[in-house]
Design a binder for this molecule. Structure first.
Ligand code: KG4
Ligand code: ZN
Length: 369
């Protein structure tokens, strides 16, 4: 519908320069420039290289998104940007670009939370999020169970990883297997040829006295590494497919078990899964099976919307506009540890939050005070 908010979203929290454009719940453009190949030889994302790559990709990626959407920048109702959490230097590039575009165009600025964006993106695929939504967020940096009564204003963490994130575990195991970086997609591929029951790897924090919604993948990662080392020391070949399948089974078993328990305990009858690891084929299949058996509706966006992208930021920005949430100030900071409980970063003076010019004046005074 033409009266729905038209919002551009910028994402630069890690190694993808993402620019998306949405109208309400409709995706119009999703342009991504990734620096992942540049990091591959280091076996992980190098923050300084990521920041530099964002800087080079920013303007062309914004232009590509505008062309894809077939709109002029002046048509926009707002500019949204990931304000955190993420790599400080990388975030800063996106935040600076968003401020420049919003200011030059005279449009409101919305600094939003990366994690809430991973959840909100599903509105582009499956329509309005049910309220509350139970979300399992699994990426390279995060593994959390979140209860979201209102994705623009109320997100409650139920539990999270106490050590490695799920994606991090995939990346580290892939490294031990010499499969390259990032590890998730390639382990997913090898696992299809392997036996998930070949090796009984541990399921962390699943004992009766363990925190029911927290995760731990560090013990699993070590167990896999030890198992591989023992084979190598014995001069035996490492069965890559079986190790991949058994490791993947252990991760997805714990993730789905805990997510379903949270749904049951909180009386929520649908589950959303987001973040890069939500692209995992076994996680998707297992969640589908277990949700169906438990009478829970599963919502998982298509893989391209699960990994970092600008469309998810635009989706949350559009929801902010639709719900009349206060805009962000022109001195919006990039906050590398923005808490998940803050879906967006409103201007500090709530009384004047809707008056963007005033916000601008106030923040300018603060900046130069
Ligand atoms: O959400 P994302 O793109 O970036 C972060 O915010 O971290 O997630 C990246 C993570 C990486 O650890 C990558 O290995 C993992 O998601 N990943 C996968 C798959 N595709 C990406 N993990 C398992 N299976 C996949 N198919
Ligand atoms: Zn992410």
């Amino acid at each position: 519908m033409a009266d729905e908010p038209l919002v551009l979203g910028i994402e630069t929290s890690c190694d993808e320069t993402g620019v998306g454009i949405v109208r309400g719940h409709t995706l119009l453009a999703d342009a991504v420039a990734s620096s992942v190949d540049t990091h591959a030889r280091f076996g992980g994302v190098v923050p300084e290289i990521a920041s530099r790559a964002h800087l080079e990709a920013m303007v062309p990626t914004i232009q590509r998104a505008l062309d894809q959407a077939g709109i002029a920048a002046s048509d926009l109702d707002g500019v949204a940007v990931t304000a955190g959490p993420g790599l400080a230097g990388a975030l800063l590039v996106g935040v600076s670009a968003a401020k420049a575009y919003a200011y030059a165009l005279g449009k409101p600025l919305y600094g939003v939370n990366h994690l809430a964006s991973h959840i909100c993106v599903d509105q582009l695929e499956h329509g309005a999020l049910p309220e509350p939504t139970m979300a399992l967020l699994v990426s390279g940096g995060h593994s959390s169970l979140l209860l979201a009564p209102d994705i623009t204003a109320d997100v409650r963490p139920l539990g999270s990883t106490i050590d490695d994130a799920a994606g991090e575990a995939f990346d580290k195991v892939a490294r031990v297997l010499n499969l390259g970086f990032p590890g998730g997609p390639v382990i997913d591929k090898y696992a299809k040829e392997g036996d998930p029951d070949a090796i009984a790897f541990p399921r962390g924090l699943t004992g009766p006295r363990d925190a029911p919604y927290d995760f731990s993948f560090s013990g699993l990662k070590t167990a896999v590494a030890r198992w591989i080392e023992a084979r190598r020391n014995a001069g035996e070949e490492v069965p890559v497919a079986d190790v991949s399948a058994s490791f993947q089974e252990a991760v997805t078993d714990v993730l789905t078990r805990k997510a379903l328990r949270a749904c049951r305990d909180e009386g929520v009858d649908h589950l959303m899964i987001g973040g890069g690891v939500a692209a995992n084929s076994r996680l998707r299949a297992m969640a589908e099976e277990r949700c169906a058996a438990a009478g829970i509706t599963l919502r998982v966006p298509r893989p391209k919307l699960c990994t970092d992208n600008g469309a998810m930021v635009a989706a949350l920005g559009a929801e902010m506009v639709a719900r009349n949430r206060p805009v962000s100030a022109w001195d919006l900071p990039a906050d590398s540890s923005l808490p998940v409980t803050e879906p967006h970063v409103p201007a500090p003076s709530p009384g004047h939050a809707h008056d963007h010019d005033h916000v601008h004046e106030t923040s300018r005074k603060n900046l130069y005070a």
